[in-house]
Design a binder for this molecule. Structure first.
Ligand code: RUQ
Ligand code: CUA
Length: 664
């Protein structure tokens, strides 16, 4: 009882600190540098210097902005349906959202990471995590579309993800919630956490050629919460570092019960060793169920396969695979410096920032400098691994990124600021307010071996008075800082889609010339492709009706369809016959309990429609494609179930009355 009181007091104190963020910093209005407008101005017709890929949080989407202008370029649907693009509504895209739980049309996307070659961005793919129903997605930057989604077995909440090794050998994904493994009985009392719950880290391999993902192996780890992670690079290539919390192994009221220990752990994983064990056949095959979904730009459709096996290494059986080292107070961010030598742990309830040394970590491991074990994993001595501590950085450190001049930038949630410090002497050199309560931050190239520096963006949790009010919920917000000088300078506020978490700032040069402008008609292998208007047709198979339709400026073929009956399942397979950049056509039909289609040039997409009443149903192109876009329309006649209205279809001609009448 006594202890409980103490913790209540502690939590109360932190609540006060959190409450503090509601106060308006003194210089909220005047902090913008006077030449800010010039620094973010990108003249009409000019391109931005960087792409900024921003996670959309609980929108489940990813968005692409231009920097320094902050202009929104595109919202990319990933784990959530998006009627604007037909994503999750067309028959071709639905399998992308399939999971072992069935169709899951939403998730919570927290982190985005660009593929890397030699520790630097290569502009090919970005990866994103689903935090609720555990999945990892790969977005292809030739199309700015989600190309692949893989579900993760043995996981509950994929937060510590997707973090990438320096040559994109692996994307890793650590479970936030430990749970009983999928092949064990999960129907156990929740308070058996300590006995029955395990943490899992998935190593997803990525094919160099086309980016295809596969779960290479999983590590079964002690039951704790895995929060964030970074791959080692340079000197620490071959290692991974994961922040953990709830090493108390609590299963209720975590805000109190998982904040008891003065220090939780960072887990260092020697993944090269894990690879060796897997190669030597030391892994255990475990039966599981997970979906693996892929989108093809040739068939213009997705496939979803349920897989049934993973290979698992139980880390406590291998003495040289994993090591814990203590990190103060529920670490959140776990970030690695450009050289790979320094690992920065951000204890979100800590008043300092510990910086660990990879070199000292290796020496401590060699010397077996252990202070004990946690669930069979050795715990190294804090002082033996510590390089030093950044003193009085501010309150509530969350995430750290790096520039090209030897400085680190840490976001401070509670004191609403970004703090710049020197990686070598750990001295704070500058601090700048954010409005308000910054979560993640990102520096251009800030997680690579060779950061670009120049810009830093803070992604804030609270907006308060920054934008015009929009009802109970205010706009989500990002703030752009010029970090090219000694002092950080706020130069722009811009709103974002969903709640922004992690983001990447990538030179436009790496991406902009790789865009696919249209899909070649002659390569279209969709089974319902219409190769020209002459190939269009309407085919009835029982109560299923397939409409092979084409769209070209400015008509649909066919645009008059008769002989559909109530209760039919009608599939409109629309091929866009254009062969030019940026000429999509859309498709919608009255009463469809579905989104629209948005069909790119050379592509085929399918809308399913089940008419439930007799009548006349207009259909039309939804994307303004020419001066005669409003003319791009047609009619579907729906007759009663069981009627014998002849199946007719046409464009630009009328059948004689005798043809269209119902036969008696
Ligand atoms: S988290 S605000 Cu979901 Cu990346 Cu740190
Ligand atoms: Cu096609 Cu509007």
């Amino acid at each position: 009882m006594k202890n409980y009181k103490l913790f209540t007091v502690t939590v109360f104190a932190f609540s006060l600190l959190l409450g503090f963020t509601a106060c308006k910093p003194k210089n909220a209005g005047s902090a913008v540098s006077s030449d800010a407008a010039g620094k973010v101005y990108v003249a009409p017709g000019k391109y931005d210097e960087f792409y900024n890929f921003v996670s959309g949080g609980f929108s489940g989407q990813l968005s692409a902005y231009g920097l320094p202008s902050g202009r929104l370029l595109r919202v990319i649907p990933v784990f959530s349906v998006d009627p604007e693009k037909g994503w999750g509504y067309s028959e071709e895209t639905k399998p992308m959202l399939n999971t072992s739980h069935g169709f899951v049309p939403w998730d919570d996307l927290h982190h985005v990471q660009m593929s890397k070659t030699n520790g630097e961005y290569d502009g090919k793919w970005v990866f994103g995590n689903a935090n609720n129903t555990p999945r990892v997605a790969r977005i292809d930057l030739k199309t700015f579309r989600t190309a692949e989604i893989i579900e993760l077995p043995n996981s509950g909440g994929n937060h510590s993800s997707p973090f990438i090794t320096e040559n994109t050998e692996y994307v890793v994904a650590g479970t936030r919630f430990s749970i009983p493994p999928d092949d064990k009985n999960g129907d156990v009392p929740i308070n058996t956490y300590k006995q029955n719950f395990k943490g899992t880290i998935s190593f997803i391999s990525v094919s160099k050629a086309d980016g295809s993902m596969d779960i290479s192996f999983q590590l079964q780890c002690p039951g704790v919460n895995f929060d964030l992670s970074r791959a080692g690079k340079g000197v620490s290539h071959g290692w991974f570092f994961f922040s953990t919390y709830n090493t108390e192994q609590a299963n209720t009221l975590l805000e109190v019960n998982a904040s008891q220990k003065d220090k939780d752990f960072i887990m260092a994983v020697n993944w090269k060793k894990a690879e060796e064990y897997i190669k030597a056949g030391k892994g255990r095959k475990q039966s599981v169920r997970y979906a693996h979904n892929k989108y093809s730009d040739v068939t213009h459709s997705a496939t979803s396969v349920i897989k049934t096996e993973v290979t698992v290494l139980d880390v406590k059986d291998f003495k040289d695979l994993c090591y814990f080292f203590p990190c103060p107070k529920s670490p959140h961010g776990c970030d690695v410096s450009p050289t790979g030598e320094y690992i920065v742990g951000s204890g979100k309830l800590a008043a300092l920032i510990p910086v660990f040394s990879f070199d000292k970590l290796q020496k401590a491991i060699a010397a077996k400098d252990y202070i004990g074990e946690f669930d069979g994993i050795p715990i190294l001595k804090y002082e033996s691994v510590l390089y030093g501590e950044v003193k009085k950085p501010g309150l509530g450190p969350l995430h750290t990124e790096f520039d090209n001049k030897g400085f680190a930038y840490t976001s401070m949630f509670v004191s609403s600021e970004v703090v710049k410090w020197n990686i070598k002497d750990l001295k704070v050199v500058d601090r700048v307010p954010t409005y308000y309560s910054v979560g993640h931050l990102t520096v251009a190239g800030g997680d690579t071996k060779a950061p670009y520096g120049k810009y830093m963006v803070a992604y804030n949790k609270i907006t308060k008075d920054r934008f015009l009010p929009t009802g109970p919920e205010l706009s989500q917000s990002a703030q752009l800082y010029d970090i090219s000088g000694d002092k950080m300078q706020l130069i722009l506020d811009y709103p974002t889609i969903g709640e922004p978490h992690y983001a990447q700032i990538v030179p436009a040069e790496l991406i902009k010339n790789n865009s696919i402008k249209f899909f070649k008609m002659e390569e279209n292998k969709n089974p319902y492709f219409s190769n020209g208007e002459a190939a269009t047709k309407v085919v009835r198979e029982g109560n299923k009706v397939h409409v092979y339709m084409t769209a070209i400026r400015s008509h649909l073929t066919p645009d008059n369809i008769e002989g559909i009956r109530v209760g039919d399942e009608v599939y409109f397979h629309v091929t866009n016959l254009e062969q030019d950049w940026d000429v999509p056509h859309g498709f919608a039909v009255k009463g469809a309990d579905n989104g629209e289609l948005l069909v790119m040039p050379g592509e085929t997409q399918t809308l399913k429609w089940v008419p439930n009443r007799v009548g006349m149903f207009p259909m039309y192109c939804t994307d303004f494609c020419s001066a005669l876009h409003q003319e791009m329309s047609g009619y579907v006649r729906v007759s009663p179930a069981g009627s014998n209205t002849p199946l007719l279809f046409s464009t630009g001609k009328n059948y004689p009355a005798s043809d269209t009448a119902q036969k008696k």
